[in-house]
Ligand binder design. Structure first.
Ligand code: SF4
Ligand code: FES
Length: 246
């Protein structure tokens, strides 16, 4: 396939960026999207042009490092991570616009790389359990009803990629926070800190500059792990419960 790429280039956080056009030819439909960018970068290096900076790590849809706005859609046209998107999802002759996540709380570091440490700080504010569960045999001796385990596991699939924020017109991270609240709140080990956790995580979310949820649902539509929108209901009901107890 022959494609035209319009890629956001920005030298650093405090300088203006712009879309730069790069033609690319002989793209195999079997390539992943990131492999296609690797090929482009090899060509740019040969031409003496600075390669395009972008994030990736596992390239298996597990780590959450990759994330690009591809022709206006977070992670592109499929429900998957950018690293698991393949060029067969595009057509010969397409023009593809590639931008970084857009959110005030995710400042651009360079080109397509954004700083997502705001998510780390939200987790540090309460996204953990501190009870000592002992080694695996002791932890396994605490029964967890199947229904609760399934709901916890579904929410635990969140990989922290940030697509929910990028897709949301309010740049809200409520889907991400809601996933953590449900994941830990369904487990018996998560109960002692349940009230403090939700208050602290919501406060940190707001402090980082993420917007509020207005039930638009773009987040769940863009989520590569199909985290359901109703984790935000869990977040809200846990928050109200914590305020009643305070
Ligand atoms: S909720 Fe989904 S889109 Fe948001 S960070 Fe988690 S995996 Fe990514
Ligand atoms: S690089 Fe790890 S999820 Fe994409």
């Amino acid at each position: 396939m022959n494609l035209t790429l319009k890629i956001w280039r920005q030298d650093g956080p405090d300088v203006a960026g712009e879309l730069v056009t790069y033609p690319i030819s002989d793209v195999s439909p079997e390539m992943s999207f990131l492999e296609m960018l690797d090929v482009l970068n090899e060509q740019l290096i040969e031409q003496g042009v600075e390669p395009v900076a972008f994030d990736s790590d596992c390239r298996e849809g597990i780590c959450g490092m990759c994330g690009l706005m591809i022709s206006g859609e977070a992670h592109g046209p499929e429900v998957t991570t950018t690293c698991q998107l393949h060029m067969r999802s595009f057509t010969d002759g397409d023009t593809i616009t590639i931008e970084p996540w857009r959110a005030e709380a995710f400042p651009v570091v360079r080109d397509l790389v954004v700083d997502r440490s705001a998510f780390d700080r939200i987790i540090q504010s309460g996204g953990y359990i501190s009870v000592n569960t002992g080694a695996a045999p002791e932890a396994h001796s605490t029964p967890v009803p199947k229904e609760n385990a399934d709901r916890a596991f579904e929410a635990a699939k969140c990989i922290g990629c940030g697509a929910c924020v990028a897709a949301c017109p309010n740049a809200s991270a409520m889907l991400f926070v809601g996933a953590k609240i449900r994941h830990l709140g369904e487990m018996p080990q998560g109960q002692p800190e349940r009230d403090a956790r939700v208050v602290s995580m919501v406060n940190q979310h707001d402090h980082e500059g993420f917007g509020g949820c207005t039930n638009i649902g773009e987040c769940a539509g863009a989520c590569p792990k199909e985290i359901p929108l109703d984790v935000i209901s869990t977040l809200n009901s846990d928050f109200r419960r914590a305020k009643r107890h305070s």
